[in-house]
Design a protein around this ligand. Sequence first.
Ligand code: AN7
Length: 364
Amino acid sequence: MKKSTWQDNGIINRYRDMLPLKASTPVVSLGEGSTPLVYSSWLSKSIGEGSEVYIKCEGLNPTGSFKDRGMTVAISKAVERHVRLVVCASTGNTSAAAAAYAAHAGISCAVLLPYGKIATGKLLQAFLYGAKIISLHGNFDDALSIVRQLSKDPKVEIVNSINPLRIEGQKTAAFEVVDELGEAPDFHFLPIGNAGNITAYWRGYREYFTCGKCSILPKMIGFQALGAAPLVFGHIVQDPDTIASAIRIGNPASWRLAASALNQSHGFVDAVTDMEILSAQVQLARKEGIFVEPASAASIAGLLKCVSKHSELPIIRRLKEGARIVCTVTGHGLKDLNTPAGTGMCPIESDATVDSVRNILEIG
Ligand code: AN7
């Protein structure tokens, strides 16, 4: 008899035949994947007659972001190879996922984080999961460059998305979308930072297309923050800056792969301002009850920007004419409690009497 069954819901057991794992590879899972695909009547109406917009809520993964999909595969393989130490550079979410899965596997984890630029919740996660936290006097790109140099040492396993197993695990999100909708969407919107996730989704859709599980492929539409938009400008950004700290990346590791996903799918990449990101974050919470971190709101901000500012482009006209659209929101809102959207928070104080509360509610 198995010791437990709950972890059987993870992406490895769900999609093992599509992943590069042996039958004997041990499974290190926290029950990731199978995240909600929520129909948004607000966004569907904003787009146009007959269009359907769905939100893939990746913040509902065990550590609160999509990174868990790749991490279950990377850490499972690390355990198979008897690796004792995993290392990553991170803007926060990768470090939380690496630390959690390493803890679950009983191996050590070290994370390199840009000093002072990590959302509190993510830092706390890495700390509580027991990772060695190295706070680097540099940005994410500096941290990744150091990690690349460490990767030559056979005693350590790098679990950034330069490790191909991460992309393999993350592609399962595309499988889930197709399994649920019965077809691939016409458009898929998502935020871009290090550019691994857009690469992973595109691979997932293509693999499902090849096996006949879907008969169309979506156009991939990526959004970067304006202050950290190397793919949009076509050059490295030396000092990337944005309120969306998760995507504060000036030299994405998967740049080439993401560019080919954008080209092959006939999609495009564009940038949104911090104001647009924060506005989308608040609207998504108020209109749909979905609370995401700022970086995640870039996909929603991007969709809203397409409709309001690019509506004459043929690709956007197509989007408004009864298209099926999926937006991935990548991380949970509770990770980043210092977002400016919260500064207007002002609870109404009341005496502890029913009359006082009635008064406030204006129900006499
Ligand atoms: C919430 O954690 O790069 O384009 O080190 O945390 O695949 O990098 C995070 C990236 C989007 C961008 N949304 O995805 C890290 C890290 C959230 C993220 C992205 C990240 P990629």
